[in-house]
Design a protein around this ligand. Structure first.
Ligand SMILES: Cc1cc2nc3c(=O)[nH]c(=O)nc-3n(C[C@H](O)[C@H](O)[C@H](O)COP(=O)(O)OP(=O)(O)OC[C@H]3O[C@@H](n4cnc5c(N)ncnc54)[C@H](O)[C@@H]3O)c2cc1C
Ligand SMILES: *[C@@H]1O[C@H](CO)[C@@H](O)[C@H](O)[C@H]1NC(C)=O
Ligand SMILES: *[C@@H]1O[C@H](CO)[C@@H](O)[C@H](O)[C@H]1NC(C)=O
Length: 538
């Protein structure tokens, strides 16, 4: 046996290691140098905006907005470098320099991506990357006389709602229920919330944007042209450029709104009631949004025996007396009483839906701190015909099998069905009765994750007969990489991407590909589910 083989083997490993660490080391050096050279302001302070894994605050910054703990577990890929720009010009420089140094960029605003693709990767050997974290670009400018607001990408939904409410009790914005979503990423996928039946999505209410394109230029609605502006309102984050800010249209809210949460267990007739809800939820008065939160609860503390609880959780844009009239006419079966109703200001309802305890001061919204973080896997579906009671019965069995599952059913209809499927890339419109979100949560690194995934996949196949078909639609803001992934940096198969692309965007996918091919022909803005370019078709 040749005694030199192990030695040669070792030498080549050492060479490989030194090459890869030399190049990462180089990027950690050359990227900041390049960025300072290309930035027009803050030249002195910028050096404190770069973090390598050796920096004391690297993990704190990386973890700060990562909402899914699964995606920051030790085995997940981590950025070579984190850069937190302080100005628009820094973002331009980051794009120009990443391109020049051929290093992949991941863009993060609020860090709520379900698969963490704004700061990690689910691929086996992903390309090394720099995290461009927009958390420091979070200015908000609300202008009541024109009913508009400019909001920088790193601001959260909660901060926007707070700033609006500070200036007016009768203005609001129709976006997500969670108060720590980054406006930057949230609106790129649609952004639904409790006012969607009256006003549509956040993305339906955007009137202008500032974006850094693949050449490093800043564009607004006028200079980017309408098909580019169309694509960024619902075509998913991280495909077309870096959103710097959105200009949004504010909507009217009454000075007093009403909320309620009414739980019903299986023993209290949950199955029949949920069947009825499916017949009214998308047709009832569009000032009323009643979603259903479904999870197991313990019914016998001695034996630990569980049952399924369905919670009817609602916002009504009006006062309780009027709400009781609407319910009496269209959904008497729930048995809503005046006692169940709480009247409050719109901003208090924001806190209520954000799961913040009743006496939390509204200023808490400015801290942009989520009330909880956990490990989770999720999927989504759209339902077009009520699920029969027999289908619900089978569902209960599956819910009771899993340790910590959760389903949220969100009603559509109203304004959602009046906007055409191609108005913006978000295509789930007329005919959708409700959207389902499936979740399984866990609280420790030690859990057997494969079991959770398996349960979710089984549930997803069980639901197939009851949900949308050809394609089986999915919500891009509930990203699910099991629907498919782009394989390698810059190498995207249009054919395989259209599998998940059609689910997220239906026929709008084709137009998104055309826009992408025009505005980013080199596919610089790439990630596991970014829109592919035409020339990558094989
Ligand atoms: C607890 C929780 C509650 C939620 N509730 C709702 C809800 O009520 N309604 C709803 O519609 N959705 C909801 N979502 C989903 C949410 O809308 C998406 O996760 C959304 O993408 C979050 O945006 P982000 O900026 O926080 O996320 P990020 O993780 O920062 O980004 C998400 C995606 O957008 C890209 N991106 C981020 N910033 C930019 C930018 N500036 N320019 C270009 N691309 C960018 C990222 O690369 C990534 O692809 C919820 C999510 C969580 C975790
Ligand atoms: C960041 O999160 C990881 C994974 O949950 C954890 O191991 C680590 O201690 C956290 N670090 C900081 C500084 O928060
Ligand atoms: C792109 O991916 C395909 C399929 O995985 C592969 O055959 C092809 O060689 C790749 N091309 C490049 C340029 O990496």
């Amino acid at each position: 046996m040749d005694p030199y083989i192990p030695l040669r083997f070792l030498t080549s490993i050492l060479i490989m290691l030194s090459i890869s660490s030399a190049s990462s080391y180089e990027i950690q050096d050359s990227f900041p140098t390049c960025v300072s050279k290309h930035s027009i302001n803050h030249i002195n302070s910028i050096s404190t905006s770069f973090y390598t894994s050796k920096s004391a605050s690297y993990n704190t910054i990386l973890n700060s907005t990562a909402q899914n703990l699964r995606c920051i577990s030790p085995s997940m890929p981590k950025p070579l470098l984190i850069f937190t720009p302080l100005s628009e010009s820094h973002v331009q420089a980051a794009v120009i320099c990443a391109k020049k140094l051929k290093i992949h960029l991941r863009i993060r605003s609020g860090g709520h991506d379900y698969e963490g693709i704004s700061y990690t990767s689910e691929l086996k050997s992903p390309p090394p990357f720099i995290l461009l974290d927009l958390a420091k670009l979070r200015a908000i400018n609300v202008d009541i006389p024109t009913n508009t607001a400019w909001v920088q990408a790193g601001a959260t939904t909660g901060e926007l709602y707070y700033k609006i409410a500070q200036k007016s009790r009768t203005h609001g914005f129709p976006a997500g229920l969670c108060t720590t979503l980054g406006i930057g990423g949230h609106i790129t996928g649609g952004a639904y919330g409790p006012m969607m039946r009256k006003y549509g999505l956040g993305a339906d209410n955007v009137i202008d944007a500032r974006i850094v394109d693949a050449t490093g230029k800043i564009l607004n609605r006028k200079s980017m042209k309408e098909d580019f502006f169309w694509a960024i309102r619902g075509g998913g984050g991280g495909s077309f450029g870096v959103i710097l800010a959105w200009k949004v249209k504010l909507v009217k809210v009454p000075p007093i709104v009403t909320v309620f949460t009414v739980p019903k267990t299986l023993e209290q007739g949950a199955t029949k009631l949920l069947y009825k809800w499916q017949q009214v939820a998308n047709k009832i008065d569009e000032n009323l949004f009643i979603r259903v939160i479904i999870q197991p609860v313990v019914k016998n503390t001695k034996t630990g025996e569980r049952t399924v609880q369905t919670s009817y959780n609602a916002l009504f844009l009006g006062r309780a007396n009027r709400l009781l009239e609407v319910m009496g006419r269209d959904f008497l079966e729930l048995g809503l009483t005046k006692m169940d109703c709480m009247e409050m200001s719109w901003i208090e309802s924001v806190m209520y839906f954000g799961n913040l305890p009743r006496n939390t001061p509204v200023e808490f919204l400015l801290q942009a701190k989520p009330p909880f973080k956990n490990y989770f896997k999720s999927k989504s579906d759209f339902v077009k015909d009520p699920i029969p009671e027999s289908g619900l019965e089978g569902l209960w069995g599956r819910i009771l099998e899993e340790e910590s599952p959760l389903m949220i059913w969100n009603p559509f209809g109203g304004m959602m069905s009046k906007i055409s499927e191609s108005e913006i890339p978000f295509p789930h419109r007329n005919g959708v009765v409700f959207m389902i979100q499936y979740l399984t949560n866990w609280e420790s690194e030690k859990v057997l994750v494969s079991k959770r995934y398996e349960w979710m996949r089984n549930l997803y196949s069980y639901m197939a007969p009851y949900v949308s078909k050809y394609p089986r639609e999915a919500y891009v803001n509930y990203r699910d990489v099991e629907l498919g992934m782009n394989n390698k940096l810059g190498n995207v198969s249009l054919k395989s991407a259209s599998k998940w692309g059609m689910k997220y965007y239906k026929n709008n996918f084709n137009r998104l590909v055309l826009v992408k091919s025009r505005v980013d022909p080199q596919n610089f803005f790439w990630h596991e589910q970014s829109i592919p370019i035409l020339s990558s078709w094989k």
